[in-house]
Design a protein around this ligand. Structure first.
Ligand SMILES: [Zn+2]
Length: 130
């Protein structure tokens, strides 16, 4: 009756097929979107885990340094310093060289001893940069 060999039943069938195909396409797109979302989530969780591990390592390192450090009042200027046991450190305010023993006892180095520490560090630096 439409002159193309199609009757109303065929048109309904074609309409249903188109609808099913659109539906299938939508489902596939939705499934792909879900897969992408779960990949994104997995990636996000991985980054978070890495960041948390780094934060934990930094905290452990900070705790280790804190546990190995002692609070020292700079005898040159009175500034409060935290210096690692068994090391020599320079006051950030007045430049005094302060030695802290493994037992946590602090003492200011004499100017000569301070210069010797700096000369040694300088020689070490130059050796490493040759
Ligand atoms: Zn000082």
């Amino acid at each position: 009756m439409f002159g193309f060999g199609l009757d109303i039943g065929d048109l309904i069938d074609i309409g249903l097929q188109v609808a099913r195909s659109v539906e299938a396409h939508d489902e596939m797109a939705a499934a792909q979107a879900r897969a992408q979302a779960s990949r994104n989530e997995a990636e996000r969780m991985k980054h978070q885990a890495v960041a948390e591990t780094k934060a934990l390592e930094n905290r452990k390192l900070a705790e280790k340094i804190a546990a190995e450090s002692v609070g020292v009042d700079c005898q040159g200027c009175g500034a409060k310093l935290a210096i690692r046991k068994g090391s020599i450190s320079f006051c950030a305010y007045c430049g005094s060289a302060i030695r802290v023993t493994e037992e946590g006892k602090a003492s200011v180095l004499s100017p000569e001893a301070r210069k010797a520490v700096i000369d040694r560090a300088r020689a070490e630096h130059n050796k490493n940069n040759q």
